[in-house]
Design a protein around this ligand. Structure first.
Ligand code: NAX
Length: 328
């Protein structure tokens, strides 16, 4: 259809925002036939920089970009939003305890959830990128009681893509030959990148890389600590790769996952695989008819069980902490 889709991006003046907005405006988020209207939400101190980015977006003359508006107040920012990318968050700074971090982010994601509830379009889809992404998504979801809970998701696609790339390198194959990888649990160092159901050119990955020492000593920690390695190398946290993952997540959500494959996303648990109902945890997911579905019936061996449980336990702790703080 030719009706523009309203896409709200928070943290629009940040480094992920700068990498993300041009890709959305070029048509990569929703496809080459869908015009977009951008709604940039920033805090007041970020508005001037967002205006600068909007000038550059204008200067690209993107045929699909139907307009750009800038806001510093969430109710206005989410008005009529069809897609919301919640990127802006309060980072952990030196000396900050977990409770401080969760409180600061509660102060952002609570009003944003309420604003989405009040004014977003009926088909709103929300992706939370800002950390702690799963718990920030839970806070927003809990403050949007009129929006179906399944519309709130947290990004683990960057972890998924990192895992694809590491496995492809190990196997010496192009990334496109790897399917059915899964990131389970929290977008944090406890996440579990699972290759037990993965396939390499249609063969079980375990036939190609049957190396438990590599799996435990190299693959899992490399994927889980990749964010820190990027900071150490680049002097700044992942930005273009995070933006790319957000584009992948929303594109697949809207357009479907490829036949025979699946991806990873933080979605509201229905109790599958022993993950407590209501937590926003990463699962193997397919997108069918515009909705995420958890891939069912996968065998989970003892090794995987312990790792999934450890990451889910961290999500339970975060949920309990935000409950105690009165944020949900
Ligand atoms: P930046 O600090 O460059 O940008 C954040 C922007 O958000 C700033 O412009 C700030 O003014 C704005 N902001 C803060 N509070 C806001 C509010 N209440 N409403 C609107 N805007 C607000 O951070 P950047 O590098 O872009 O990262 C953004 C977030 O993504 C961080 O929380 C980061 O930890 C998280 N990440 C998540 C990843 C994931 O895989 N889920 C990976 C990359 C990234 O680390």
């Amino acid at each position: 259809s030719n009706t523009p889709v309203n896409v709200t991006v928070t943290g629009a003046a940040g480094q992920i925002g700068y990498a993300l907005l041009f890709r959305i405006a070029s048509g990569q988020l929703l496809g080459p036939d869908t015009p977009v209207k951008l709604r940039l939400l920033e805090i007041p101190q970020g508005v001037k920089a967002a205006e600068g980015t909007a000038m550059e977006l204008d200067d690209c003359a993107f045929p699909l970009l139907a307009g750009i508006d800038i806001f510093d107040e969430p109710n206005a920012g989410f008005e009529g939003a069809n897609v919301a990318l919640l990127v802006g968050a309060r980072p952990r700074t030196a000396g900050m305890e977990r409770g401080d971090l969760l409180s600061a982010n509660g102060g952002i994601f609570k009003p944003q959830g309420a604003a989405i509830n009040a004014g977003a379009a009926d088909d709103i889809r929300v992706l939370v990128v800002g950390n702690p992404a799963n718990t920030n998504a839970l806070i927003a979801q809990q403050h949007a009681p009129d929006v179906p809970a399944e519309r709130f998701t947290a990004m683990t696609r960057l972890d998924h893509n990192r895992a694809l790339s590491q496995l492809a390198k190990k196997a010496g194959v192009p990334v496109a030959e790897i399917t059915r990888l899964t990131i389970w649990g929290n977008h944090s160092a406890t996440q579990y990148p699972d290759i037990f159901h993965a396939e390499i050119a249609g063969r079980p990955a375990s036939d190609v890389v049957a190396d438990q020492a590599w799996l435990e000593g190299d693959f899992i920690p490399t994927v889980a600590k990749r964010g820190a390695a990027i900071i150490a190398a680049r002097g700044a946290s992942s930005a273009a790769s995070a933006a790319n993952a957000a584009v992948d997540h929303v594109f697949d959500w809207v357009n479907g996952t490829p036949e025979g494959d699946w991806t990873s996303a933080g979605i509201v648990s229905d109790g599958s695989y022993g993950v407590p109902e209501g937590l926003i945890s990463s699962f193997p997911v397919r997108s069918v008819g515009g909705r995420w579905e958890i891939v069912q019936g996968l065998d989970v061996d003892e090794f995987s069980r312990a790792r999934i449980d450890a990451s889910v336990a961290e999500l339970v702790e975060e949920r309990d902490a935000v409950r105690e703080l009165g944020l949900i």
